[in-house]
Design a protein around this ligand. Structure first.
Ligand code: A5P
Length: 237
């Protein structure tokens, strides 16, 4: 099985669990045997490093361009399973891996559930782009009615530099209704110099939310044209 592995704090736990299972650890319910043929495609330096440390076989999209499943966190998820991702700055690789997977599944905590993107996650839509493009992109976002901010590093002077050597502009467009997510993504992606947006329109088929009381809430993407019988999440069975 080829599995895309996302980035972020939630995924750190998922990788630790996977490594524990591969080692046959009782705390993870054993089952290492069933996973002996697994290979993973990481979506970031963070994921690659953790998988390597755990001894999990790693491949990339040039070797494994079609994945069985991709698992990732999200910054916000609406009822149609549109997501904002990129809080950790890795959304370009995350989107490539999600798009290459037969099914894309989100794991997140209850704070990520949302009626409309931009209402819970207030930091804006991450736009990864060429360093030379950041001022023109910020001007274009402003002209679109958004509020852009160049993401700044915390333990370094100057901007965040992504795994791909690019900058990130966080563009706050306020609340984005589900039907407006794909058009907004398309408009932003067409801005010269923008490599990828953190909007993931309808890519996930299922989202698992960990709740405060320890329970798990499951959302499936509403059925749409082209889905197999039983809806998109039927592919998970
Ligand atoms: C990384 O670029 C992001 O897309 C993360 O997947 C997302 O920000 C969720 O991260 P946490 O699990 O840390 O909230």
């Amino acid at each position: 099985m080829t599995v895309g592995i996302g980035s972020g704090s939630t995924i750190v736990y998922a990788i630790a669990h996977l490594v524990e299972r591969l080692r046959g650890g009782a705390a993870a319910g054993g089952g290492g045997e069933a996973l002996r043929d697994i290979r993973c495609v990481p979506t970031s330096f963070q994921a690659k490093q953790l998988l390597q440390e755990g001894g999990v076989p790693i491949v990339d999209l040039s070797v494994a361009p079609v994945l069985d499943v991709a698992i990732d966190g999200a910054d916000e998820v609406d009822g149609e399973l549109n997501c904002i991702k990129g809080g950790g700055g890795c959304h370009t690789q995350e989107k490539m891996v999600a798009a290459a997977a037969r099914v894309f599944v989100v794991v997140a905590d209850f704070r990520k559930r949302s009626r409309a993107l931009g209402t819970e996650w207030r930091k804006g839509v991450p736009l990864e782009g060429l360093p030379m493009a950041y001022v023109p992109v910020m001007r274009a976002v402003t002209a679109m009615g958004g509020k852009p901010v160049l993401r700044m590093a915390v333990a370094k002077a100057g901007p965040v530099v992504t795994d791909n050597g690019n900058f990130i502009v966080d563009a706050d467009f306020g609340a984005v209704e589900p039907a407006a997510v794909a058009p907004l993504h398309a408009r932003c992606k067409l801005l010269p110099g923008v490599l990828e947006t953190g909007l993931f329109p309808g890519m996930a088929v299922r989202a698992y939310f960990g709740c405060e009381d320890g329970s798990v809430e499951v959302w499936d993407r509403p059925a749409r044209k082209g889905d197999e019988a039983g809806g998109a999440a039927a592919a998970l069975k």
